[in-house]
Design a protein around this ligand. Structure first.
Ligand code: SF4
Length: 367
C-alpha cells in the first residue's frame, strides 16, 4: 500500500510532484479525508492484506509524531499488515526530532527514507531545501537512537556545473552515516518549476550528459566498493536491505494507492486519485476521489514487464527476436544475457535504459 501525504513547507527548486505547500500541516483534515477514502474504497468493511506500507510525499514527516501515529492507526483499521511488514516513512531532516522518531517507532514505522539530497549547505540553499547538512547528519543519528534499524538516504546528482558541487564528497559523507540504503536521483529540469524558469531565462544551464554519466558511474563504483548492491537503476542497498515496497512495483505485484494523486494497480488495471484540492472536495461530497483509470492490454503488460525488469538486477526475460536485438549490447558492455534469454543491464546500460527498452518494445511489436 502506498499512501501519499502531499504537504511540504515550501517547494524545492526542481520539484514538480503533486504537493500542497502549507505553513501549518492540516493533520486533522487530512486524516479524516484518508478515513473517508478508506470507507469508500472498502464499502462492505472488507480489508486488504499488505506486506509493505510506504508513506511517501510530499513530506509525510510534517504530520509529526502524533499525526503519523493517527494516520497508521486509521490505515490499519482497513489494512492488515503482515507480521514482518516493511513500513516506510519518508522524512525531511527538519522533522526528525527524538520525540517524533520515538513516536514513529511506537506507531510501527520500521524504515525511514531521509531526503538529504546533498551535504553542501550552498547547494541545499540553491535547491530551496529547508534543512542544512548538520541537520541531515543529526537526523540519521536521531533515527538510529530511536531504534530505526533500516535507514535510507536520498541524494540528487547531476546538478548544474556552475554550482561546483563535489559529488564524491557527498557520496563519502553519505557513506559515513552508514545507511542501509541509498537512492539516487538525477536532476531533471521540469517546466513550471523554479529550476525550469531559471534554465528558460538562461540564469542556469542544465548539466551536460557527460557529467550525468560520470557522476552516475562514480556513484556505482564508490557505493558498490563500500559493500552496497546496485540492485536497481537508482537504488543501492546493503545485502538484505533492498526496498521491499519498491520491488513490488518492479515485479508487477498489485498495490493500492491511497491519498491525493496516489496510483494503484490491481494486476490488470491502474487507477489514480485526484490531486489534493479535488481529492478533498470529492471526499467531502462522499465521492470516490479517482481521477483516472486504465485497463492494461496484454501488450501493455508485456512492454512494462520488460521495462521494469530491465530496471533491476534480476533483468528481464526476452523473446528470441528481442534476444537477437540485444546481442550487440552485450558486446558494447551495456548488458549481459544469461541462457540466451535473460537480459540484465550493466550501469553503462542503465544509462541508456529508456533507449534500450524502447528498442526491445519495437522488436516485440514486430515479432
Ligand atoms: S520536499 Fe520533496 S516533495 Fe516537497 S517540494 Fe521538496 S522535493 Fe518536492
Amino acid at each position: 500500500v502506498y499512501v501519499h501525504v502531499p504537504f511540504c513547507a515550501r517547494r524545492c527548486s526542481y520539484c514538480d510532484f503533486s504537493i500542497a505547500v502549507r505553513r501549518e500541516t492540516p493533520v486533522d483534515e487530512f486524516i479524516s479525508a484518508i478515513h473517508d477514502e478508506l470507507a469508500i474504497r472498502f464499502p462492505h468493511g472488507d480489508r486488504w492484506n499488505a506486506d509493505t506500507l510506504y508513506v511517501g510525499g510530499g513530506t509525510p514527516s510534517r504530520l509529526g509524531g502524533e499525526g503519523v501515529r493517527r494516520l497508521l492507526g486509521t490505515l490499519t483499521e482497513r489494512i492488515v499488515l503482515g507480521a514482518d511488514a516493511e513500513v516506510t516513512l519518508e522524512a525531511n531532516p527538519d522533522d526528525v526530532t527524538a520525540e517524533h522518531a520515538a513516536a514513529w517507532v511506537r506507531a510501527g514505522v520500521n524504515r525511514v527514507s531521509v531526503g538529504v539530497q546533498s551535504f553542501d549547505d550552498r547547494v541545499l540553499a540553491w535547491m530551496h531545501r529547508t534543512h542544512d547538512a548538520a541537520r541531515a547528519i543529526a537526523s540519521v543519528r536521531t533515527l538510529r537512537d530511536a531504534g530505526i534499524t533500516n535507514v535510507s538516504v536520498d541524494l540528487i546528482f547531476a546538478l548544474p556545473a556552475a554550482l561546483e558541487r563535489d559529488w564524491a564528497r557527498d557520496l563519502d559523507a553519505a557513506l559515513a552515516l552508514e545507511p542501509d540504503h541509498i537512492s539516487l536521483y538525477g536532476l531533471t529540469v521540469e517546466p513550471h518549476t523554479p529550476l525550469g524558469r531559471w534554465v528558460e531565462r538562461g540564469v542556469t544551464t542544465a548539466p551536460a550528459e557527460s557529467q550525468y554519466e560520470a557522476e552516475y558511474l562514480l556513484a556505482h563504483a564508490r557505493l558498490t566498493s563500500a559493500g552496497f548492491e546496485h540492485y536497481e537503476v537508482s537504488n543501492f542497498g546493503r545485502p538484505g536491505r533492498a526496498s521491499r515496497h519498491n520491488a513490488c512495483y518492479w515485479d508487477g505485484a498489485p498495490y493500492a494507492g491511497i491519498g491525493p494523486a496516489a496510483h494503484g494497480y490491481d494486476g490488470e488495471s491502474r487507477r489514480w486519485n485526484a490531486a489534493y484540492a479535488s481529492w478533498t472536495t470529492l471526499l467531502r461530497n462522499g465521492a470516490d476521489p479517482v481521477a483516472g483509470h486504465e485497463v492494461l492490454s496484454d501488450e501493455n503488460r508485456a512492454v512494462e514487464r520488460v521495462y521494469l525488469g530491465l530496471r533491476t538486477r534480476a533483468g528481464a526475460s526476452l523473446a528470441p527476436r528481442q534476444a537477437q536485438r540485444a546481442a550487440t549490447w552485450v558486446d558494447a558492455g551495456w548488458a549481459s544475457l544469461a541462457d540466451g534469454a535473460r537480459l540484465t543491464l550493466s550501469p553503462e546500460g542503465w544509462l541508456r535504459l529508456d533507449e534500450l527498452a524502447a528498442a526491445l518494445t519495437v522488436c516485440e511489436a514486430h515479432s
